[in-house]
Structures are given as C-alpha cells and as structure tokens.
Design a protein around this ligand. Structure first.
Ligand SMILES: Cc1ncc(COP(=O)(O)O)c(C=O)c1O
Length: 377
C-alpha cells in the first residue's frame, strides 16, 4: 500500500516514496543492500490493517548497488578518484588509511552526489534552476556543477557558515540566502523552501542521487583495499554513510561500517541506543557538516540495518586529528572531515585495517591556526 509520489519535479529529482502508515518503524522496504526489513506482509502477520491506519506521510529512500555503479560511470571525468593513503603515524596501534576527499574540486565529497544529481536533470529543470540547503559544502559542490552547465543555483546556508565556504559558493556563481541554522534544518526536513518551490531542490543528503554518488567512495575503497575490516564515516544527515555502506555491504557484507559524530550532537548514536530516531540537543561547534540533532526517518530506515555503531568523539580529539593530518600529511582537514581519524585513534576498533573517510577540507584559516596553536575552537 505504497503511494509513489514524485515530489517537486518529475524525472531527475529524487524518488521519494511515501508509505501510508502510522506504525512508521514497521513500514520499511527491502533496502538495496539486501537487509531484511519489515514490509506490508509483516504488518499483515502482526494483525495490522493498513486500511484502518491513520495516514501519515513517511518518505522512503531507495538506492541500489546498481544506482551506485551507474553514478560511477556518470561521474567519470567529472570528479577525482581520490587516493587512499596509509596514516603516517608510527606509534599508531591501528592500521589506518585515509580516503582523501578533501582533494575533490570544491574540497569535499559532495561533488560526487551533486554531480550525479545535476547530470540527471531534465532540460526543463535546468532552465528553471536548482537550490539546496547546506552547511556550506553541498552548496559549493552544487554551485560548481551548476556553473559548468550554466544552471541558476541558490544556496540556503546557516548564518554561522564558515567564510571559506561562503567565498567558494560566491566564486562558483550561486546566490546565497543566509538564515538561522534551525531554518536550514527545516528546509532539510520539509524537502522544500517555499519561496524557491518552482526550482528543483537537491537535498544535501536525503536524495537517492546524492546517496548513489556518495556510494562511489565505497567502490573505490574496496578496489584499493579489498582487505578492509572497518570504515569510519563522518555522519551529519547520514547520506555519505548511507551511500558508502550500501556500496560496501552489498559487495563485502562482513565489513564493519561505523559512523562518527561529535559529542556536541550525536543524534545517530542516541537513536541507535534507543532503537528508533531520537532528538538530541545540539551545541554548535567548528564541525559544520556533522553533529545534528535528528536523524530523518527515511535515512534511519536506510542506515540502521547497515551500521555497526556510531563512534562519538570530543572536540579536543577532533582538533588533535586536524593537527595530525596537517603535521604528518600536510593535509588540510575541516573538523567534520578529521572526525573519522579522531574516532580511529581512540583505538576502539581493533587493529584494522580501518579506513577513515576524510570527507572535507574546507576550514577557515583562522580556525586552523587556532588548532595548530594547540587550542580547541
Ligand atoms: C565535510 C563533511 N563531512 C561529512 C558530512 C556529513 O555528510 P552527510 O550529511 O551526508 O552525513 C558533511 C555534510 O555536509 C560534510 O560537509
């Protein structure tokens, strides 16, 4: 009893499927990685009658391993196949590798998903334009691709966005609307910003094309390190984790997929502990892309069966990882990007090999300086 509904614009936009259910935890679909999820049959077995339920709209995201393979073909030549390098830290007890997404054009992994989504737009959608809501990295990535195609692009970003990210968005020719963080998150929850509703909204994480593009990171990791034991992925909205986990678990089910979150807001860790999506208080920090107060239900359904856990790190540990990356690798990492290394260095995951997805490098020079001076921003 699923009602398929094309939101906003038919065709290239994400396919969100709304399940009619008030028992939201039960109404999940078989996910692409093959995890068994409850379905209508389960509901029927449990004596629930769908027709008697009060209808609430619950989006369901579907992303298959094939979607990720196709995204990889689509992105060839558009984004970089980033290197996987062993961590240069002799006293580390863990065999750690860094997947350097900071080397992508615009400085983060977001160019993969944004590129995939933009390539799939219809001519009409391109003419009308696109928009997104973002801590800054998605906005830069979307603006960069939109500029290549001369597509009008607007970014809704928090009024706390890093200056380096705002400068990037401007450089790539997009318009910027700055609003309080809570309003940015509302756009993400509602999947629309009413003043721009005539344009195509490319959701920064709850979008099948974004997630498929993110999954190409996982394909590259498996190619370069087939022996990988665990992967740690910075978790904000959960789209990066979802894509990599679907790609990797479908090819190597025994791989352990860990999220990592700052202790200033770790909604995924709290939700895993509770067994359902939980709201947590959020303290803003220098990690702009991770540390959210909620996990959207459609993301929860996708990632919960794939996650081995969520590793929670302190700002001090993250700052220390930023410093290690700079001093030992000459790699510039932003806080969210370095949080995966911070989690690996806690030594909670055994001897490895552990891959840390270094998801972005867009840090303000003043914040980096503070960290290199031994302070925690
Ligand atoms: C550098 C960086 N890492 C990780 C993330 C988290 O990605 P997601 O929201 O898909 O979980 C973001 C999100 O903006 C980011 O900018």
């Amino acid at each position: 009893m699923e009602k398929e509904k094309k939101r906003f614009h038919p065709g290239a936009e994400e396919r969100l499927i709304f399940a009619d259910s008030q028992h939201t935890g039960l109404m999940r679909v078989q996910n692409s990685a093959g995890s068994s999820l409850a379905s209508e049959k389960t509901l029927a077995r449990n004596g629930h009658s769908l027709s008697r339920m009060t209808t609430t709209k619950r989006p369901v995201l579907r992303v298959s391993p094939r979607d990720i393979d196709e995204a990889q073909k689509r992105l060839k030549g558009l984004v970089i196949r980033t290197p996987l390098v062993p961590l240069n830290l002799e006293d580390s007890q863990v065999d750690i590798y860094l997947k350097l997404e900071n080397l992508q054009p615009t400085g983060s992994f977001k160019v993969r998903g944004a590129g995939n989504a933009i390539e799939l737009l219809s001519t009409e959608q391109r003419a009308k334009g696109v928009y997104t809501c973002s801590g800054g990295n998605m906005a830069q990535a979307l603006a960069w691709h939109a500029q290549r195609h001369r597509i009008p692009c607007t970014a809704i970003v928090p009024d706390t966005a890093a200056e380096t990210k705002l400068a990037g968005i401007r450089r790539y020719g997009a318009d910027i609307i700055q609003v309080p963080f809570e309003d940015v998150w509302k756009v993400a929850t509602d999947h629309v910003y009413p003043p721009l509703k005539d344009r195509t909204f490319i959701h920064p994480f709850s979008n099948a094309h974004m997630i498929a593009g993110n999954g190409t990171v996982g394909l590259e990791i498996l190619d370069d390190l087939p022996d990988v034991d665990s992967v740690i992925v910075p978790f904000g909205g959960g789209g990066l984790f979802a894509g990599i986990a679907i790609a990797m678990k479908s090819r190597k089910p025994q791989v352990n997929m860990y999220a990592c979150e700052p202790d200033t807001a770790c909604a995924f860790a709290a939700s895993l502990a509770a067994g359902s999506p939980k709201h947590v208080e959020r303290t803003p920090s220098f990690l702009e892309g991770t540390g959210e107060s909620d996990v959207l239900p459609e993301i929860w359904d996708l990632v919960m069966p794939l996650a081995a856990g969520s590793l929670v790190v302190s700002l001090k540990e993250v700052a220390s990882a930023v410093r290690v990356l700079f001093e030992r690798h000459r790699v510039v990492a932003e806080g969210s990007g370095a949080s995966s290394l911070a989690a690996a260095l806690t030594g909670k995951l055994g001897s490895g090999p552990v891959v840390c997805v270094m998801s972005g490098g867009n840090i303000d020079p003043s914040t980096l300086k503070m960290i290199l001076d031994g302070r925690v921003p």
